[in-house]
Design a protein around this ligand. Structure first.
Ligand SMILES: Nc1ncnc2c1ncn2[C@@H]1O[C@H](COP(=O)(O)OP(=O)(O)OP(=O)(O)O)[C@@H](O)[C@H]1O
Ligand SMILES: [Mg+2]
Length: 443
């Protein structure tokens, strides 16, 4: 397989990691071809030339790759032994398990502070599934990217552990602990208190800043590639941080427009142009950002199979309620109980719509997004929470009329709602498994 042979090539070039139990170090050479592939996934930037670049030749005009930056910046990452992490999690006790994603399980744990003195530190430990190369690639990408990036809206990686043993290979990551779970939990899990309007705006502003930093704030562009509500974690003050860099990629260099890569991501969030062509750009993230904006406005997931057919795909459904129409407020999360600014909501919906432009080049940059959100927040603060009752009831009845036309009676809707509740957890699990993974044609 192409991915695998490329990965072996990487090893030959000493972009390698030592994996002795308890003493593993990630070590990347600072020499790289132009189309850097830090994680072993086949990709190209449409160029066959391989320009070699050493640390000493680095200048402002020749940006360094993530591995080169890693060599310089990642000294502070701690290398944990497996025994230490077993102790930290009571041998990965089910009682300390706080989450499970497509790539592994997450446990709460306690580790000693760096010097060994003082109170133990609360951490989240992700134990990647033992699925060979793929798991290793996710792990390596997280170590490299999170070892380099530094921003208040990106989760901090404290350290890692890699053990290759007779009973399989173990790959683990140790992060700062995020006390308030994910945006997904707060938006969609009805057992959580309603996330207030202002908090929603602050959260999307925070993650927009995080994405802007990845796209525009480093020597190289970083494409995050898995932007979705479950990857937005919230700290004790509800400050958002992006987690999960397992799918992150360096953007194109040398004036190229895109990188071509295997198509991975999450169904419902991935940009259609990327899914169709495998051409990845920072604008793929902007599309996903637009999807999350509509999730935040509506309190609905990008795909909900337990709703009546016309409502299953969020992006199709919201189109039925044009932003400037009286019906628009129908899409706003009913759990907000009208405690939001309608004008600001319209601005956010407009922004979401431009992020979801069919053509990637029509989507805004994340700097533009941040500016638009600043404006929306100002408008929201100036307006205070409004009660769009007149509009709300007008649009609600319009919507009900439409639902009747679609053949969905009120009682059927109620049954659907009940079913939706029952199926919510089952759905979350199956959606996770719905990661798109198609091999793209290489250019
Ligand atoms: N640093 C952290 N602090 C606290 N909880 C965390 C942390 N990282 C992850 N979690 C918890 O673990 C859950 C699972 O995370 P994970 O990233 O493995 O899966 P996911 O985001 O739900 O799905 P996917 O695998 O598709 O990304 C998160 O939703 C969150 O509740
Ligand atoms: Mg995740």
């Amino acid at each position: 397989m192409k991915c695998f042979s490329f990965f072996k090539e990487m090893k030959k070039k000493k972009k390698s990691l030592a994996t002795e139990p308890g003493s593993a170090h990630v070590s990347m050479s600072t020499t790289r071809p132009t189309s850097t592939n830090v994680t072993g996934i086949s990709e190209s930037s449409g160029s066959s030339s391989t320009k070699q670049m050493s640390k000493s030749s680095v200048s402002v005009s020749s940006p360094r790759s993530i591995p080169a930056m890693y060599e310089e910046r990642a000294q502070n990452l701690r290398v944990f032994g497996i025994r230490e992490l077993r102790n930290a999690t009571n041998d990965f006790s089910g009682l300390l398990k706080i989450g499970e994603g497509g790539f592994g399980s997450v446990y709460k744990g306690y580790i000693k502070p760096p010097g060994g003195e003082g109170d133990r530190i609360e951490v989240a430990i992700k134990k990647l599934n033992q699925n060979g190369l793929q798991g290793h690639k996710q792990w390596l990408a997280e170590v490299l990217f999170l070892g380099v990036v530094e921003h208040p809206n990106l989760v901090k990686l404290i350290g890692y552990c890699a053990v290759d043993g007779q009973r399989g290979n173990q790959r683990l990551l140790v992060y700062e602990f995020m006390r308030n779970k994910s945006l997904e939990d707060h938006l969609f899990n009805k057992s959580y208190p309603v996330l207030p309007w202002n908090s929603r705006l602050q959260i999307i502003m925070g993650v927009a800043e995080g994405l802007r930093y990845l796209h525009e704030g480093l020597e190289v562009q970083v494409i995050y590639r898995d932007f979705k509500a479950s990857n937005i974690l919230l700290d004790e003050d509800f400050k958002p941080k992006l987690s999960d860099f397992g799918l992150a990629r360096e953007g194109p260099s040398d004036g190229r427009t895109h990188v071509t890569t295997a198509i991975v991501g999450t169904y419902g969030y991935a940009a259609p142009d990327y899914v169709q062509t495998g051409h990845l750009t920072i604008k793929s993230d902007v599309w996903s950002f637009g999807v999350v904006l509509f999730e935040v406005l509506t309190g609905r997931r990008s795909t909900e199979r337990n709703r009546p057919r016309p409502e299953q795909r969020l992006l199709d459904w919201v189109k039925r309620f044009p932003i400037e129409s009286r019906k628009f407020s129908t899409i706003i999360d009913p759990r907000l109980e009208n405690q939001y600014s309608l004008s600001a909501a319209r601005l956010v919906a407009k922004l979401a719509t431009t992020c979801l432009s069919k053509s990637a080049k029509d989507r805004p940059s994340m700097s533009d997004v941040v500016e638009s959100l600043k404006h929306a927040i100002q408008v929201s603060e100036a307006a205070g929470p409004t009660e769009p009752s007149e509009e709300q009831s007008a649009s609600n009845s319009d919507d009900e009329e439409k639902a009747e036309q679609d053949g969905v009676s009120e009682s059927a809707k109620r049954r659907m709602l009940h079913l939706a509740k029952l199926e919510a957890s089952a759905n979350a699990e199956s959606r996770r498994k719905f990661t798109v993974m198609r091999k793209a044609r290489q250019t």
